[in-house]
Design a binder for this molecule. Structure first.
Ligand SMILES: [Zn+2]
Length: 321
């Protein structure tokens, strides 16, 4: 009999990661496809399905379940991608139904931050902790809460959105419609924007110079002791410590795992962040909360999608026996 495997699909705005693993967690195949957004969801998923079929044929394995991570907002219960910002044509797209029809196996959907959090919890920096808060700081700020191995979804499956907690009342308008969210100050895009605004106001930089600024160039400038960059960075840390500190006070997790592009700054981010959070969190022993960088990089999403699939297999067995 063919070896049984689960498939993980991690859909991103630029790439889709696919992987097959045995039920024991052994990786048997992996692929990455470009997300050719202009093809639209049907053709993109056709390419995904064909790649999975090829991987199954190449490895002589039998599929038992599929897990999918997709940028939010999504409708987990109905298996829909609602209108992800970087996938403009995916409006109320029946993601689960499309994949399920093709493979006829249990198919589970969750948002990309939740999937990445599961990946880190089971395979990465979150291993060994009971409860975990995951924060991803990239173009936006996402988050997820894991309690004893399970995602805490909450109402509307929207728990863990640290990026949309208000850290500056009456601050800048956020894409979510409210004002002063953490994301409007400390996301990668916001860090770059604040640096541009400060430089534009203070000296004669050309538009071209300003356009080149990203969160990454701000981090590089901090390393070179640039005063303006340091000021922007200190402010970023201060607000991250408010948002993440509040989340720690509420959830009291054993670990906070920080992923996303901005986390690549490593200890330049984490060391002052631990210090500031230490000042803000007083109601629990903060020294017992590990604040660590995510360790799986771009693999976290597909790892989490595989966990979703494995959890679906487990649930199926529990229902049968
Ligand atoms: Zn917001």
């Amino acid at each position: 009999m063919n070896k049984q495997v689960v498939a993980g699909i991690d859909i991103g705005g630029t790439k889709i990661a696919l992987a097959l693993e045995t039920l024991a967690g052994e990786r048997v195949a992996a692929r990455r496809l470009p997300t050719t957004v202009e093809l639209g969801p049907e053709r993109i998923l056709e390419n995904v399905a064909r790649s999975i079929e090829e991987m199954l044929a190449e490895t002589g394995t039998k599929l038992t379940a599929i897990g999918i991570g997709c940028p939010g907002p999504i409708d987990i219960e109905r298996g829909l991608a609602l209108s992800p910002t970087n996938l403009p044509e995916w409006i109320d797209f029946p993601l689960v139904e499309t994949i399920k029809k093709r493979f006829c196996v249990p198919t589970v959907l969750d948002n990309d931050a939740n999937a990445a959090a599961l990946g880190e919890y089971f395979y990465g920096a979150g291993r060994g902790f009971r409860d975990m808060l995951y924060v991803t700081i990239s173009t936006g700020i996402g988050g997820a809460i894991i309690c004893e191995g399970n995602i805490h979804h909450g109402v509307g499956a929207s728990a863990g959105e640290v990026g949309h907690t208000i850290v500056k009342p009456d601050g800048r308008l956020c894409l979510c419609g409210t004002k002063g969210c953490l994301e409007t100050i400390a996301s990668g895009l916001s860090i770059a924007r604040r640096m541009r605004e400060t430089l534009a106001a203070s000296n004669g930089k050309t538009t071209e110079d300003l356009d080149r600024i990203t969160a990454e160039t701000v981090v590089e400038a901090v390393k070179k002791a640039d005063e303006t960059a340091q000021k922007i960075w200190d402010e970023t840390i201060k607000f991250l410590a408010v948002g993440i500190g509040n989340a720690i006070t509420l959830i009291a997790p054993e670990a906070v795992i920080i992923g996303g592009g901005v986390s690549e700054a490593g200890e330049l981010l984490l060391k002052p962040l631990r210090c500031e959070i230490g000042k803000n969190v007083t109601m629990l022993p903060i020294e017992k909360v590990e604040i660590l960088k995510a360790s799986l990089g771009s693999e976290s999403g597909v790892c989490g999608a595989l966990i979703l699939a494995r959890q679906a297999v487990k649930k199926m067995h529990e229902n049968v026996y």
